[in-house]
Design a protein around this ligand. Sequence first.
Ligand code: ADQ
Length: 480
Amino acid sequence: MNKTIIVSNRLPLQIKIENDQLEVTPSVGGLATGLKSVHNDGKSLWIGWSGLTEEELSEARSKEVKKLVTAAKCDSVSLTQDDLENFYYGFSNRTLWPLFHYFMEYTEFDNDYWESYKAVNQKFADKVLEHLEDGDTVWVHDYQLLLLPKLIKEKMPNTTIGFFLHIPYPSYEIFRTFPWREELLHGMLGADLIGFHTYDYERHFLSSVKRILRLEVNFNEVTYHDRIVKVDSFPMGIDYDKFHDSASKHKTDKKSELQQRLDDHIQSGSDAKMILSIDRMDYTKGIPNRIRAFEYFLNKYPEYKEKVRLIMLAVPSRSNVPQYQKLKRDTDELVGRINGQFSTVSWTPIWYFYRSMPFENLIDLYTSSHVAMITPVRDGMNLVAKEYVATRTEQDGVLILSEMAGASKEMNESMLINPNNFEHIADTIKYALEMPLEEQKSRMKILQKRLKRYTVEKWAEEFMKSLHATKHLGAVIVAN
Ligand code: ADQ
């Protein structure tokens, strides 16, 4: 029986050394959930990095890790501290991440990073090839592994390979500035199916393929050597029932400390409303814009002072990259300035948490907030917007969403904003706070219906279905 191999930078497990002991926890992220059915059904294997470098692992410890990952149907790629610096923090997060999110000024083109990126992609390929048998299927994920499809296809041409990009694919004018653009495109075209979150990313990719590689593109198919490569969009969903059911259950559960505080806050003012934002602390998420827009709102509509609070949750991320450190400093300063300027004895306009929170607390926040304000300046999809909608069991609440997030393409019933237009955001916040319940419900109902239908499991299923159909198409063309 043929098997499916999933490959992503990180494994769907978190392995840490705590008090000199290995600690393993399963990942609860969207990808791990979505691929559960692909990974658990039949013969399958997940390949990725364990989270610990070679330097952190003694020989005995390596064996322990191997045992743990094998038990979870995984195998780990061994990375050194140097790989981490140059491949991960370097090329992945200082070159590809900013470039693909249109942050040209943050993008570093560094030859050492590039060499490391190639070498680490080769390490992943070697690990895949260790397990690969003729006729197997491989599904590669994300921007850290753009060269991998080609490295596998060259050695094992009969392998069916899918690739999915979780971040935006930039327009040709941005992508053309990239010094190794041909290599990257050839790397991706090693796949039989290339998936993006939205049609726009798909279009940008095809435009780069046509103009840089001068390949023939018919609708969404690229003729590449003797193969057809299909390019399509698969908007990733969430585990809708998990969020919806937890929100329903949460009403009857014993209250968490956070929930108690939120309740106290709600009761302290008869019409005090909460606006929520949740993101990784990343410059693509538009955190400073959001704070400034909220300040603009308070100045423009002073009657809302003491009547509204912004709850901002930011998870620490990539904190050894200088731009992330600067963003953290800027955010701290902005929050301090606004709280200093507007606070009263009984009211602080912004509650800011810089940490990760357990799932139950996320549910507390989602269910207690009248408005969610998600304002990335660029975002591949954005699952937080979808999670907020899924938790609104009474179908009340309003989602304010940036049109720069991939999610906006499927969430037209939210209040769409341009994250740079503070005037419009301020007016939208006011509109959201005053929106009649009936309108909230009619918008929420449509959004929920859509999210319930296209869950993350469905996303994975559709991708795999399309991948196998594409491979079949390729075989017919070669036979003809
Ligand atoms: P991310 O940039 O990480 O993902 P997103 O899609 O919003 O962004 O997912 C973040 C996840 O982290 C959500 O599930 C959220 O609940 C969780 N989270 C956020 N803050 C948290 C906190 N403080 N504590 C605990 N959990 C928190 C990348 C792309 C996105 C794309 C996804 C999936 O950048 O555009 O949607 O991959 O493809």
